[in-house]
Every structure is written in structure tokens, then in C-alpha cells.
Design a protein around this ligand. Structure first.
Ligand code: PLP
Length: 170
């Protein structure tokens, strides 16, 4: 639970590394498990493929989830989780025939991570203040090579490629 400073003082890590080391620092059994896992499978992409460990973990997690929640999407951080959830919500309504349903409700002072989607639905004063002057907009330019183009996803709202999200205006 402690950091050791350069001058050898013990400092209680009251935030657990901002919630990343809730079981404490330097735990031998955790270090051993991580070491063993790195030797067995250090990394496998989940991009258009899968590996057994991810499915095993998903199966265990859905046992803990309430009701009929039985689908999981793994991300690397809270910020990614928030932006992924926003995209899933937009895609869900687009696929059921309501592509214009893209408005989110956020709460004052809310913090939803560092990515643009999370920032757009949050209202955390230090972040909002610099975005207020210029909320993000983007246009899509044609690709400059003969790289094969991907077909538009079924249900994608027309014009979506030039106005990806109706960003909140502060
Ligand atoms: C409600 C909420 N959403 C998103 C995040 C962002 O998580 P991360 O720092 O893992 O990207 C946080 C982190 O504090 C959070 O509290």
C-alpha cells in the first residue's frame, strides 16, 4: 500500500495508483501470475480474431452480471469503454432504423475519460473549457491511393461520413 520516496520515506498510496493496483503494490503472487501468463501468451489481438482466454474470462464474467446481460466487449481503459459504449448505442439505433437517434444525456461535472466521445458527453470543467471554443468537427477526404475501399456498413446513416456525430455544443 506504500510508495517509497527517493529519500526513503513510506507514502501511503491512498488512491491505489488511481485504482489500478487495488490489491496493493509488489504482490508476489500477482507478479508470478503475470510472469506465467506472459510466457504462455503475452498478447493476442482481438481485432477480427479471438483467443481462448478472452472467451474463458467472458464466460466467467457473465455469470456475475445481472439479468440477461450476456455480451462483453473488452477494452483497455475506461475511456475506451465509454467511447465504445457510445458507438454501440449509435449503431444499435441505426440498425433498428433510427439513425438520427444520436443525442446523449450527460450530467454536469461528469467525467467520462479522455477520448472525444467521453469528453462530449461529460462536462468536466477543466476539459470543457478548452473544447468550448472549438468543438470538434471533421470531414472525410477520399483516400489518395488504390487501396480497396470498404463498403458502407449496413444501416449507416446517409451523410454519416461527413458528420460523424452530433457533438454537443457548449
Ligand atoms: C466515470 C469514468 N469514466 C471514464 C473514466 C476513464 O477511465 P480511464 O482513465 O481508464 O481511461 C474514468 C476514470 O476516472 C471514470 O471515472
Amino acid at each position: 500500500m506504500y510508495y517509497t520516496t527517493a529519500d526513503d520515506r513510506q507514502v501511503l498510496d491512498g488512491t491505489a495508483g488511481l485504482w489500478c493496483v487495488n490489491a496493493g503494490h509488489g504482490r508476489r503472487e500477482i507478479a508470478t501470475a503475470v510472469h506465467d501468463q506472459l510466457l504462455r501468451l503475452d498478447y493476442a489481438s482481438s481485432f477480427q480474431m479471438g483467443h481462448a482466454g478472452a472467451f474463458t474470462l467472458a464466460d466467467r464474467l457473465v455469470q456475475l452480471l445481472p439479468g440477461d446481460l450476456n455480451h462483453l466487449f473488452f477494452t483497455n481503459s475506461g475511456s475506451e469503454a465509454v467511447d465504445t459504449a457510445l458507438k454501440i448505442a449509435i449503431a444499435y439505433h441505426a440498425l433498428r432504423g433510427e439513425p438520427s437517434r444520436q443525442r446523449f444525456v450527460g450530467r454536469e461535472q461528469a467525467y467520462h475519460g479522455v477520448n472525444l466521445g467521453g469528453v462530449a458527453v461529460g462536462a468536466f470543467p477543466p476539459i470543457v473549457s478548452f473544447l468550448a471554443a472549438s468543438p470538434p468537427e471533421s470531414i472525410t477526404s477520399a483516400i489518395p491511393t488504390t487501396w480497396p475501399t470498404m463498403p458502407l456498413a449496413k444501416g449507416r446513416p446517409s451523410g454519416a461520413q461527413t458528420s460523424p456525430t452530433s457533438w454537443k455544443r457548449w
